[in-house]
Write a protein that binds this ligand. Sequence first.
Ligand code: UDP
Length: 372
Amino acid sequence: MYDFVVVGCGFFGAVFAYEVKKAGKKVLVIEKRDHIGGNCFSYNHPGTGVNVHRYGPHIFHTSSEKIWKYINSFAGFNNYRHRVLTTAAGKVYSLPINLATINKFYNLTLSPDEAGEFLKSRIPVIPSPQNLEEKAISLIGRELYEVFIKGYTIKQWDCDPRELPAEVITRLPVRTTYNDIYYDDDYQGMPIGGYTPIFEKLLKDVPVELKTDFFEKRDYWKSLAKMLVYTGPIDRYFNYCYGKLRWRSCRFEIEKMQLNDYQGVGIMNYADREVPHTRIVEPKHFYRERTDLSQGTVVVREYPCDDQTEPYYPVRLKTDQEMLAKYQKAESQEREVIFGGRLAEYKYYNMDQVIFRALEQVGKLLKQNASK
Ligand code: UDP
């Protein structure tokens, strides 16, 4: 009998397993895929040696000193600062929207104060923005929204931006300075050697069964555990009894090129709706310390798509939120199950938030156990 059987070994499952193992508990991890790390899985691309994040780029960023120290105990980090450009209507602009973007787009030479006033003059009064479109327009005005946000968002989410939650857009700062670092967080970087070694360390002393689908023998796995930790999609756990939550997935097209540098930046977004990919990732740029990589580069084009078997992004339309509330109610009846992570909580979490949640859950549990 295990104290915990953990379903899935992305950050939530792996951190949870590591921490309970450290506390002397018996834990087993099962994982449907043939590798650990969930969507953070990375590998060295054969032929070029470039470290590729198989399920899209993961840039570590956090404002929590505690989480930064924690993750640094499993990996050294380089000092990569994420910079993103976007190609829109035949021109390349800086992101997130900053003074360089504004001045180039309007062909002006505004100072920060002038840009603030200028933006204000172009923003209509929207007293309480209710959705992504209203929120974006309330921050940058309709013109910038139409060019940089609308098309990209429709491609990414395959729905009207007026149906999406406003918070999706507040992931991106808007600045009237020339600061073009994508994230505002105090701590940022890429783990040297990629993400997979972090998971190898987290799971070093934990048995992991790969290629093992929980749903093929769910009663069996439950019978092995005093407590189940489930990190898969919440709707799947309850056999979609209240319906299917909307998830967005992504198809990745990878290409090796006989060039030293394809695009001069880690990520180039494509804002135009007519361009089928949302972005091109050139992972070589994430790891400047890899001076050994002179032969060729790798680029990955991202095509958002619907694929129920590979849920990446919770879409969170109003109907989803209502359905989620029902699943959450059902979840609260499952006393011997912990639900955690992006898929099980149906939240658009970043990695640091997932690690935080896993540590919080373990802390709570161990405290409860100690007081028994
Ligand atoms: N977004 C956009 N244009 C861009 C970049 C982002 O409209 O060039 C919007 C889009 O709706 C996207 C959201 O902002 O889904 C969040 O972007 P982020 O870069 O955080 O997405 P992620 O890296 O999680 O895919």
